[in-house]
Design a binder for this molecule. Structure first.
Ligand code: GDP
Ligand code: MG
Length: 440
């Protein structure tokens, strides 16, 4: 996002709470950013309206800066609209038919092979690829070559066969030879073409696909809305794939298509190679659409100040050698907040290693949630004085948090270790070691 937006947030930061005017001012800049990312105009309008409603209707948390509020609300709304990551649906009798549709050159053939490779390697599926593209010269051969590269099956080419017949023959071969999945790669069209659309509908009726994936180039601009609507109305789309996210496009099409169809974005194509297929991460795509470069540091700063306050409180307790279960819960919250930054940080170039660490931290988030739940199931007294927690109380807490007694024990042990450490640090502090660079 532009430094312009940064300026607005800087100004907002100096004020107390967000007024409606403040929100509108910030959202004007967000609107420009979304249009620059090629999100379709009607989608931008709806999105801005919903963000505004949420921002103005929501209490401003005092300890959080107004700028952070707006960034968080915009970002959260984007992530929400983009939907959650969903894997390919293969819940049907084998061979499961998957139909690939989209404009010419969008990446259907490449994506077909990528998905085949993924299903083969990750899910140990036996996959058959079949090209229904009888129009473009050598299109069927192209898929055959890719199938060989991915080391998956491909339907033998018969010249002069019509798409519906090819689709039927593919399903037949799939059944006969025990394939788990049959991916049908259709012919593209330069723009929405009634004849070709009717042909795809005919194929659909012949095989009743479990998945119909609409493949769209990330560079697709304002057209994405019509494209997605047409394919969804005429063919029925179950999911979408956004290709060429390895290019410069900010991928506003993802938001447009999602808003229009309500269908999940299942994969991202990030290169020409067959392993360049990624599962969809709404937070990463949201960050990319917003183009948050400057705002990232801003959000970090804002969260940082909040954390500082919490950290100071904690440090004061540490200095006294006190660390109860409430303090532990506060620490969990901080860790989780850092996890929320994952999506934004993930967008920054050249930090692959950090990204991996954060991804791993995210897995931990579920664990942290569970540990938090355990603490929340305790009474106030128990949290202040864990020694109170004996067998019967443990049973009650475990039941309340939906975990086992062992989980409660593990948490209490962990707390004990932390508390002991705090005591040690505090003693060292009293000897004056804190001033020599130990954490304070
Ligand atoms: P189709 O006409 O829809 O079947 O499109 P193709 O699969 O033939 O792809 C057209 C071109 O785009 C080919 O040169 C592909 O290598 C390239 N391509 C497909 N997906 C991606 C992607 O995710 N990133 C990049 N950089 N190129 C891609
Ligand atoms: Mg093709």
């Amino acid at each position: 996002l532009s430094s312009r937006l940064g300026d607005v947030f800087e100004r907002l930061k100096r004020r107390g709470a967000l007024s409606e005017t403040d929100v509108s001012e910030a959202l004007r800049e967000v609107r420009v950013a979304l249009l620059e990312a090629d999100v379709a105009l009607p989608v931008v309008k709806d999105f801005i309206a919903s963000v505004k409603e949420r921002a103005v209707g929501q209490d401003v948390v005092r300890s959080i800066t107004p700028g952070q509020m707006v960034v968080k609300i915009v970002h959260d709304c984007l992530v929400e609209t983009l939907g959650t990551a969903e894997d390919i649906n293969l819940a049907a009798a084998a061979p499961v038919p998957v139909l690939m549709v989209g404009l010419q050159g969008s990446g259907k053939t490449t994506t077909s092979a990528k998905i085949a490779l993924r299903l083969k390697t990750l899910d140990k599926k036996k996959v058959l690829l079949a090209s229904l593209d009888i129009y473009r010269p050598a299109a069927q051969q192209q898929l055959e070559i890719l199938a060989r590269q991915a080391d998956v099956g491909s339907l033998p080419i018969l010249m002069g066969e019509k798409p519906v017949a090819i689709a039927r023959r593919a399903m037949e071969m799939g059944r006969r030879e025990g394939y788990d999945v049959v991916i049908l790669d259709t012919a593209g069209r330069l723009h929405i073409d009634e004849a070709l659309m009717a042909e795809v509908a005919e194929v659909r009726d012949a095989v009743t696909p479990t998945e119909t994936l609409l493949v769209v180039d990330a560079m697709t601009g304002q057209d994405a809305v019509n494209l997605a609507r047409e394919f969804n109305e005429k063919i029925g789309v179950t999911g979408m794939v956004l290709t060429r996210v390895d290019g410069d496009a900010r991928g506003g099409a993802a938001l447009s298509m999602r808003a229009v169809t309500g269908r999940p974005i299942k994969f991202l194509g990030a290169g020409e190679k067959l392993d360049a297929l990624e599962v969809f991460h709404p937070d990463r795509v949201a960050g990319r659409i917003l183009g948050m470069g400057d705002v990232v540091s801003l959000v970090e700063k804002a969260i940082g100040s909040f954390e500082e306050e919490e950290a100071e409180k904690l440090a004061a307790k540490m200095a006294k050698g006190k660390f109860d279960l409430d303090d532990m819960a506060a620490q969990f919250r901080q860790i989780k907040k850092m996890g929320d930054l994952k999506g934004i940080i993930g967008m920054l170039p050249g930090i692959g290693k950090l990204k991996k660490q954060i991804d791993e931290a995210n897995i931990d988030n579920r664990m942290i949630n569970r540990q938090e739940a355990i603490i929340l199931s305790m009474t106030k007294g128990e949290r202040k004085n864990p020694d109170l927690i004996k067998a019967s109380r443990k049973r009650r807490i475990a039941a309340g948090a939906g975990v086992s007694i062992q989980d409660v024990n593990k948490l209490l042990k962990q707390h004990q270790q932390m508390a002991d450490m705090m005591k040690k640090v505090s003693k060292m502090g009293k000897k004056g070691l804190m001033r020599h660079g130990l954490p304070g």
